[in-house]
Write a protein of this length. Structure first.
Length: 250
């Protein structure tokens, strides 16, 4: 796996300080459970979100959707002091806030049992992705999203080391493509992830002549056994990353 920091090692997001204009990215996460009070969660959603949740065939998919939207609305309300948020989507489904709060960058990702939102007042683009560490990526699938250089690197690895590196590649590319707003309509195999040996910083080359100067790519390990990838574009060289766990509603 590429360099990965424990999520719990990041400083906490102070509830009283969410309105500060710090150059950073806040990561809010929620390890929800099947016995969560989903009626309370549903009440916090808008009618369109409740209707979409009801359209899922499997309960676990409906719960994952509801958890993500609940987390997103809860966090955005803290940063805007607005309860009735107007969240719009772009051409490829990237969410944004309408009106004067549109400058706040945020992105949502979720999987069964775990939802995460990244939010920033200073990042110009922001994307996040999460996968369970137990996720297995088949060898034939890797050729669909790995660059030639990445494939050569993978050929020297076996077993768990190979799977960990594959998962790192996948989540990082997904987070970057979500940040750019193109989603997987772009070609992930044309992106090349490498480690700067001098600084131990994760770089992403936009092949063939990419520029990674304004991008920050990070990997975090959540206590729940999930790998989180964040890609953020900013005007400065440094970004402060913070985290906070959301508790179940009471």
């Amino acid at each position: 796996m590429l360099p990965c920091d424990p999520l719990s090692d990041l400083p906490d997001v102070p509830i009283s300080g969410v309105d500060q204009e710090e150059a950073g990215v806040d990561i809010w996460w929620w390890a929800y459970r099947p016995d969560t009070d989903w009626n309370k969660i549903g009440v916090a959603l808008v009618p369109d979100e409740r209707a979409r949740a009801a359209s899922f065939h499997f309960q676990k998919d409906a719960q994952a959707f509801m958890a993500g939207r609940y987390l997103q609305r809860s966090v955005l309300s803290l940063y805007t002091s607005i309860a009735d948020l107007n969240i719009v989507t772009g051409l490829h489904g990237k969410p944004a806030l309408a009106g004067q709060h549109g400058k706040i960058a945020f992105n949502l990702t979720n999987t069964e049992g775990f939802a995460v939102v990244a939010i920033s007042r200073t990042a110009t683009a922001l994307g996040i992705d999460v996968e369970a560490l137990a996720t297995v990526i088949e060898p034939e699938t890797s050729s669909l999203f790995c660059s030639a250089a990445e494939s050569r690197m993978l050929s020297a690895l076996q077993g768990g080391a190979r799977q960990s590196r594959l998962l790192s590649y996948w989540t990082l590319k997904e987070s970057y493509l979500k940040a750019t707003g193109t989603g997987l309509t772009a070609a992930p195999e044309e992106l090349n992830i490498r480690l700067d040996r001098g600084t131990n910083v994760i770089r992403m080359d936009k092949m063939p002549n990419g520029d990674d100067t304004l991008w920050h790519h990070r990997l975090f390990l959540a206590p729940s056994g999930h790998l989180i990838a964040v890609s953020a574009q900013s005007k400065g060289e440094e970004l402060l990353f913070r985290q906070r766990e959301l508790s179940d509603p009471v």
